[in-house]
Design a protein around this ligand. Structure first.
Ligand code: ATP
Ligand code: MG
Length: 345
């Protein structure tokens, strides 16, 4: 089992009467890539700022290697942050931006140039040391911000939506690079994003937040396949959420039909939300499907078609390799392992 590095215990933050972080408890391990995922305003930045020491905590505790972190001043914490707006010094060149923290620590010249060179190589900017910050693209500035954070050899790197300013292609490239960098450095990354796809591709563990509370913590697969409630299901990827009734014995009723399922932690007769991912439907002829629907729309998505199907008065999103016509009546089949039940929230 990996070693625990940071422990948040009932961490709480209030700005005046406004409760923005509500008793968050979370264990973060060494060498883990953990992502805080949630909509704008849910408290992600505030949590990072409390860990970094830029924001006082209202209540609760933060432990770092078992010690009370709040007693350690921000500049002595073995934690570095990459801010969303990069916060580079425009009047210093690339080299000096990266060397800045090391000069404050009064390291000797050769150590500084050695470490800066290694950081530049890590972010693929060898040869850019003398460039001015203004002469860099957005993606290159982001790399300098990363290099400046890792040059201090922190035990933890906090990354607050580091890629949100980049265009899609560059963002995807940087996702792989950051993940790769984390493997090479072997340190803990706490990454913040409101982009679910980014969270799913990059993380060992995802923490889904809303309104200052943790809704779910788990591996990307867990959170995607077994969302705990409607909010998580609709926040993490496209999904169909259908009202149903649990009939007992791993049977659920929805759309006036009964389906086998694999969840059983519900009361017989309990109302449930049934989640089915668009890719988990199989389009079949009407006789073969328990669900019948009318194709209302078709969009070609490159690898698959996305259908909007009206079934029992509800719109379903269905991904398929087949291409029916608008207006076709189709059957839909779904495997019992792909029928996921959630508590009604
Ligand atoms: N210094 C402050 N004073 C008062 N309220 C604040 C302060 N900083 C943040 N807040 C409020 O706390 C809440 C959480 O803000 P926070 O910046 O942590 O959200 P976030 O999840 O990072 O959002 P985003 O995705 O938009 O960056 C918001 O409602 C915000 O307005
Ligand atoms: Mg933020």
């Amino acid at each position: 089992m990996a070693e625990k590095l940071i422990e948040l215990k009932n961490l709480t933050k209030r700005f005046d009467d406004n409760l923005v972080v509500d008793r968050i408890s979370l264990d973060i391990y060494k060498n883990q890539f953990i992502t805080l995922l949630g909509p704008s305003g849910c408290g992600k930045t505030t949590i990072l700022r409390m860990i970094a020491g830029f924001e006082e905590i209202t209540d609760g505790q933060i432990y770092f290697e078992g010690k009370d972190l709040t007693k350690i001043p921000a500049n002595e914490r073995e934690i570095n942050t990459v801010f969303q707006n990069y916060a580079l010094f425009p009047h210093l060149n690339v080299y000096e931006n990266i060397a800045f923290g090391l000069r404050l620590k009064k390291l000797d010249q050769s150590e500084i140039s050695d470490r800066v060179a290694r950081s530049l190589s890590m972010v693929k900017l060898i040869g850019y040391g003398k460039r001015s910050i203004e002469a860099l693209s957005g993606g290159q500035q982001q790399r300098v911000a990363l290099a400046r954070a890792i040059v201090n050899r922190p035990k933890v790197l906090l990354l607050d939506e580091p890629l949100s300013a980049l265009d899609l292609k560059l963002r995807q490239d940087m996702q792989y690079e950051i993940k790769d960098m984390q493997h090479q450095l072997g340190i803990t990354f706490i990454f913040v994003t409101h982009d679910q796809e980014e969270a799913l591709t990059m993380s060992d563990r995802i923490v889904v937040l809303n309104e200052g509370k943790i809704l779910q913590t788990g591996s990307p697969e867990d959170v995607y396949n077994e969302p705990v409630n409607r909010f998580v299901a609709s926040f993490i990827g496209e999904s169909n959420i259908i009202p149903g009734i649990y009939c007992g014995n791993r049977v659920v009723e929805f759309f006036k039909a009964r389906f086998d399922c694999v969840d059983d932690h519900f009361e017989t007769g309990e109302k449930v939300d049934v989640v089915i991912r668009p890719e988990d439907f199989e389009v079949v002829v009407v006789q073969e499907g328990k669900i019948t629907g009318k194709v209302a729309d078709i969009v070609f998505k490159g690898v698959h078609y996305e259908l909007c199907v009206m079934a029992n008065g509800q719109e379903l999103i269905v991904h398929t390799l087949k291409s029916p016509n608008i207006g076709d009546i189709i059957g839909l089949k779904v495997d019992k392992f792909e029928i996921h039940l959630m508590k009604v929230s």
